[in-house]
Write a protein that binds this ligand. Structure first.
Ligand SMILES: Nc1ncnc2c1ncn2[C@@H]1O[C@H](COP(=O)(O)OP(=O)(O)O)[C@@H](O)[C@H]1O
Ligand SMILES: N[C@@H](CC(=O)OP(=O)(O)O)C(=O)O
Length: 559
C-alpha cells in the first residue's frame, strides 16, 4: 500500500531527517528523500513512499521520528464541475487550487469544459436531420473544437492531446447523420468526448508544470454500471475494481489521478454509459467510498448549497451544514447543485461531502454529513421542480376495497415510470410523476396516454399537467411551524395548493401548485423564511411546544 506522509509548516532543511525516519519505517529512502526535497513548498511538505501503515512525525526543530500512525494513500476526492474548468484560465486556477493543499493527496474528478455536454447533445440532435455531407458544419461541433483547441494553445500544450478525439467525434456525427438516428447508447458515447478531452488537457497541463498526473477514463478503470444508457446506476463491483486500479497504479508510479466524471461502462453491453446529467458528483462520491477517503469535495460556481436556486432568489444564502438525507431530498426534488444519487455512496461509507466554490475558495461552503444538530433548525432550503404531471385517481370500486393502491403502483411499475409525491385517502390517490423518466415530448404524451388508459380500468383519472412541486427541506419535527408560516404566505399571495405530501424522510414537505404561480411563491416563501429575521425570532423556542409533526398525508383538491 502507498503511504503518504504529510507535514504542515516544516522547515526546508528537515528533508534529510524526514528521509532518514522514512527509511527506518520501511519507506524507500531514495524516493522519500527525493520527494521530500521536491515537495517542500514553504507551506507544507508531502512525502510519498511505498510501505505498510506508518508515518513520520516531524518535531518543531525539524528532526523527524518514525511513528506508528496509520496513513493511507489518497486523502480526498476533489471534483470540479464544468463551470470550474470552462477555460484555460479556469484550468490554471484549478491546478493552483489543488496544489494549494500540499497536505492533501487528491484524486481529481473533472466534468466536461463549460457547456460542452449541452453542445455535444445539440450537435447529435442536429446530426440526425442535417445529412452526412453537412455533419462537419454543425455549429456546435465548431464551438467544441474551437474551445478545446484554444484552451490547449493558451495552456501551451500540444494539440495532439485532443486532435484524435476531435476527429473521432466528427466521424461519429457523420455516422449519426448517415443513420438518421441517435440511440441512447450513441448519445452516451457522444457526450463522453467532453470528459475525455477535459481530463486529458488538465493532466497534460499538470505534467507540464512539474506535478505528475495520470489521466483515467472511468469506463476503463472499473466504473461498472447498469446498461440504462443516459441514466445508468453504479454497480457494487465498481468499488473494489476502482480501488485496485487507482491504488495499484499509485504504488507502481505515484501520480495524481485525473478521472473523467459522469462516465461508466455497461456491465452487459461493455459500451460507454453516463450517470445522468450532473453525474460527476456521483463519480466523486463513488471514488470516495471505493478508497475510504476522509472527504469528498465538490467544487462548484456557488458558495455551497444555498437556501434556494440563486436563479430564482438572488438573495439565497449558503447553508453551512446538511445531512445526507437533506442533501439527497434537495437534489432529488430539483436543486441542480447536486446529482440526486450522489449522496448514496457517501452515506453508505459515512464520508463527509463538502460543497465549495472554485471561484471563491475562502467561502466555507456546505458540509454534508450523516447527522447534525437540528435543535435550532427550522427550514433549510426551498426547492422547485417544474413542469411535473399530477394524477388524481379515484377508485370506482366500493369503499375500503383492498388492493387498490397495489394495483395503481403495479401499473407504474409495469410502465417503468417513477412517482415523486403521493397523497392518499381511502378511495383516492394523488401523485406526481418524475419528468426525468420521460424523455422526449412525443414520448411523454404517448406514455401518459397509456398510463391513463391503464388506470381508467380501475378508477376515474384526472390528469393535471404544468404543475410544480415546491419542496420545503427542513426539520419536519417543526412542521406545524413551517406549514403555518408557509400557508400564511401562500394565502396572502392567493395561491391554491393542490396537494401536500410529507414523506417518511422527515426532512421534506412538498406542496404542488400550478407552474404559473411557482416562482412567485418561492420568492415569497424565501423572503418570509430567510430574509425577514424569522429564523432568529423562533430560534430557541421550545421544540416540545412547537413540534407536532404531521402524521398523515393530506390532499387539497384545487383547480
Ligand atoms: N439550492 C441551490 N444551491 C446552490 N446552487 C443551486 C441551487 N439550486 C440550483 N443551483 C444551481 O446549481 C449550479 C451549480 O451546480 P452545477 O451547475 O452542477 O455546478 P458544476 O457544473 O460546477 O458542477 C449553480 O450555479 C446554481 O445556479
Ligand atoms: N458534463 C456532465 C456531467 C457533470 O457532472 O457536469 P457538471 O459537473 O458540470 O454538472 C453534465 O453536464 O451533465
Amino acid at each position: 500500500m502507498a503511504v503518504v506522509l504529510r507535514f504542515a509548516g516544516v522547515a526546508r532543511d528537515s528533508a534529510p531527517s524526514i528521509s532518514a525516519a522514512a527509511s527506518r519505517i520501511g519507506c524507500a529512502k531514495a524516493a522519500a528523500s527525493a520527494r521530500a526535497r521536491r515537495c517542500v513548498t514553504g507551506r507544507g511538505l508531502v512525502v510519498r513512499c511505498q510501505s505498510g501503515a506508518a508515518a513520520v512525525v516531524v518535531r518543531k526543530d525539524g528532526a523527524a521520528t518514525a511513528a506508528a500512525e496509520k496513513a493511507t494513500g489518497f486523502t480526498v476526492v476533489m471534483k470540479f464541475g464544468g463551470s470550474s474548468v470552462a477555460s484555460a484560465e479556469r484550468m490554471r486556477e484549478v491546478a493552483d487550487l489543488i496544489l494549494s493543499f500540499p497536505e492533501e493527496n487528491p484524486v481529481v474528478v473533472l466534468s466536461a469544459m463549460g457547456k460542452t455536454t449541452n453542445n455535444l447533445l445539440l450537435a447529435g440532435e442536429k446530426a440526425v436531420s442535417c445529412g452526412a455531407p453537412k455533419a462537419s458544419e454543425i455549429p456546435e461541433l465548431a464551438v467544441i473544437k474551437e474551445l478545446h483547441i484554444r484552451t490547449i494553445d493558451e495552456l501551451g500544450l500540444d494539440r495532439s492531446i485532443v486532435s484524435g478525439l476531435l476527429d473521432e467525434l466528427e466521424q461519429l456525427l457523420k455516422g449519426v447523420a448517415m443513420m438518421k438516428e441517435l440511440t441512447p447508447r450513441t448519445r452516451d458515447y457522444l457526450v463522453s468526448f467532453g470528459e475525455c478531452m477535459s481530463t486529458r488537457i488538465f493532466a497534460a497541463y499538470l505534467n507540464g508544470h512539474g506535478t505528475k498526473a495520470r489521466q483515467y477514463d472511468a469506463f476503463d478503470i472499473g466504473f461498472i454500471t447498469t446498461d440504462d444508457f443516459t441514466n445508468a446506476d453504479i454497480l457494487e463491483a465498481t468499488y473494489p475494481a476502482v480501488a485496485k486500479r487507482l491504488q495499484g497504479d499509485w504504488i507502481e508510479d505515484p501520480a495524481i489521478p485525473i478521472v473523467t466524471g459522469f462516465l461508466g461502462k455497461g456491465w452487459k453491453s461493455c459500451a460507454v454509459t453516463t450517470l445522468g446529467r450532473g453525474g460527476s458528483d456521483l463519480t466523486a462520491t463513488t471514488i470516495g467510498r471505493a478508497l475510504g477517503l476522509r472527504e469528498v469535495q465538490v467544487w462548484k460556481d456557488v458558495d455551497g448549497v444555498l437556501t434556494c436556486d440563486p436563479n430564482i432568489c438572488a438573495n439565497a444564502i449558503p447553508v453551512p451544514y446538511l445531512t445526507f438525507e437533506e442533501a439527497a431530498e434537495l437534489a432529488y426534488f430539483g436543486a441542480q447543485v447536486l446529482h440526486p444519487q450522489s449522496m448514496r455512496p457517501a452515506r453508505e461509507s459515512g464520508i463527509p461531502v463538502r460543497v465549495k466554490n472554485s471561484y471563491n475558495r475562502r467561502a466555507p461552503g456546505t458540509v454534508i454529513t450523516k447527522s447534525r444538530d437540528l435543535s435550532k433548525s427550522i427550514l433549510t432550503s426551498i426547492v422547485l421542480k417544474s413542469n411535473i404531471t399530477m394524477l388524481d385517481i379515484v377508485s370506482t370500486r366500493m369503499l375500503g376495497q383492498y388492493g387498490f393502491l397495489a394495483k395503481v403502483f403495479s401499473i407504474f411499475e409495469d410502465l417503468g415510470i417513477s412517482v415523486d409525491c403521493v397523497a392518499t385517502s381511502e378511495v383516492s390517490i394523488s401523485l406526481t410523476l418524475d419528468p426525468s423518466k420521460l424523455w422526449s415530448r412525443e414520448l411523454i404524451q404517448q406514455e401518459l396516454d397509456h398510463v391513463v388508459e391503464e388506470l381508467e380500468k380501475i378508477a376515474v383519472v384526472h390528469l393535471l399537467q404544468h404543475r410544480s412541486i415546491i419542496s420545503l427541506i427542513g426539520n419536519v419535527q417543526r412542521s406545524s411551524l413551517i406549514l403555518e408560516k408557509a400557508f400564511n404566505v401562500l394565502r396572502r399571495n392567493g395561491v391554491n395548493v393542490q396537494m401536500i405530501s410529507q414523506g417518511a424522510s422527515k426532512v421534506n414537505i412538498s406542496l404542488v401548485v400550478h407552474d404559473s404561480e411557482a416562482k412567485e411563491c418561492i420568492e415569497a416563501l424565501h423572503s418570509a423564511f430567510f430574509e425577514n429575521g424569522f429564523m432568529s425570532e423562533v430560534e430557541g423556542e421550545d421544540l416540545q411546544q412547537n413540534g407536532s409533526p404531521l402524521n398523515s398525508n393530506g390532499v387539497i383538491y384545487g383547480n
